[in-house]
Design a protein around this ligand. Sequence first.
Ligand SMILES: *Cc1c(COP(=O)(O)O)cnc(C)c1O
Length: 427
Amino acid sequence: MSTLTQRDQKVVWHPYAPPQADPLFGVVSAEGVRIRLDDGRELIDGMSSWWSTIHGYRHPAIEAALKDQLERLPHVMFGGLTHEPAVELCERLVSISPDPLERVFLSDSGSVAVEVAIKMALQFWQSRGRPERRRLLTLRGGYHGDTFGAMAVCDPVTGMHGLFEGSLPSHLFAPRPECRFGEGDAGTLDHDFEAFERLFMENESEIAAVILEPIVQGAGGMWFYSADYLRRVREICDRFDVLLIADEIATGLGRTGKLFACEHAGISPDILCVGKALTGGTMTLAATLVNRKVSTALGKNSPGVFMHGPTFMGNPLACAAANASLGLLEDGKWQPRVEAIGNQLSAELEPCRSMPAVADVRVIGSIGVVELREPVDMSIIQPAFVEEGVWLRPFGKLVYTMPPYTIGAQDLSAITRAIASVISNHS
Ligand SMILES: *Cc1c(COP(=O)(O)O)cnc(C)c1O
C-alpha cells in the first residue's frame, strides 16, 4: 500500500505548485487549534487555514448548525426560490457591516465575490450612461483572487501578470502606500497620496471604481498602511463620484481588531467583499455587499438585472454555517481575544527584529509578520516548522501567523518560539 502522500503525488494538483508537489503532509483530523497528521503528529495551527478557521476546527455550534441544516435542506437553487438561512445571513451581514451597505449578493468564493463587485461597478456606469468608465484603480502589493477579473487587479509582479499578458484588462496601479498603520507621518502620507491622486486625476474620466484591501494587504505582501490614506481615498472617490470597492475577504470579521478594517478609518465603501472567515472555515461562501446607490442604479436602468448567478448561490448549508459563525462573534468577546493575541505577538516576535536575517517585524490585530531580507527556501523551512510542531506557510520573504481567535497563550508562544528558532537556524 502506498501512503496518502504517494497517492496524492500521482493524481492531485496543489495550489501554487507544480503538477507533482512535495513535500506534502497528510491530515486525518483537526480539533480546536490542532491539526493531526497521518503519522500521529499534532501541529498547532498558525494559519487558520488561510484566515478562515477563526473559532478553531470543529466548533460545536457550527457543527450543530450544519447537522441541523443537513437534515432539512442541504441545497436548493436560488433562482426564484429563497430560504431562511440565506435571508438570515443577509440580514446579519447588513446589520454588522459599515452603514449604509444594505443589500447582499452571495457567491461561492472570494475570487467570485470580487468578480461580482467588478461586474457591478461596470454595470453601474453602463446604467448611468457612462460605459467609458470601465477601468479600475488599485494599489500595488494587492491581492484579490485568482480568477481573471480579480487577477487583473492583483499586484502585477507578485500576481505574475506577465504569464497572462494580453488576456487581462489593463488597470491602473498606484504605488503601495508606505505610510504605516498607526504612524502619523504626514510627510510620507502626503507623498503616498499625491501619487494616488495624480494617477486618479490623469485617468478620472475612465475610472469605474477604486478597489483595494483596506488597511491590511494580505497575500500580496502582508503590509499594513495608514487609516488616513484610506480616508483620503474615500474622499477623492466621493468628490468624483467614483465607486470604492473594499475587499475585506481577508480582513473582515475581526482579524484586524475591528469587525471590518474600514472601521479603522471610519469609512464605508460602496461595495464590500467578505469571504474566508465567513463560515468559520467550514464551507466555501462569500458575499458582496452594496449600498443603495449601487443597487438603485443597477435595478432602475436597462437591463435592470445584475448578470450573475452561481449554481450553488446561497447554499443553505454554507449559510447555516455562516449564521452560526457570525453568532459566535455577536457577544463581542472576540475583540479582547484578538487584542490579547496581538499584544502577545508584538511582545514575542519583537526580539526577531535584531536577527541579521530579519528586515521588519509588524503586528496588527491578530496578524503577526516577520519580514526577512531574503526569500525563504520552502523545501527547508516548511518541514522545519512541522518539526517544531506548528503549521505555518511562509511565502517569499514573509513568515507570518494569523491563528484562530481561540488560541491559548501557551499555544501562541509555541508558534512565536518556532518562528524565532526556525528563522535563526535556517536563514
Ligand atoms: C483570499 C482572498 C481572495 C480570494 O478568495 P478565494 O476564496 O481564495 O477565491 C480575494 N481577496 C482577498 C483580499 C483575499 O485574501
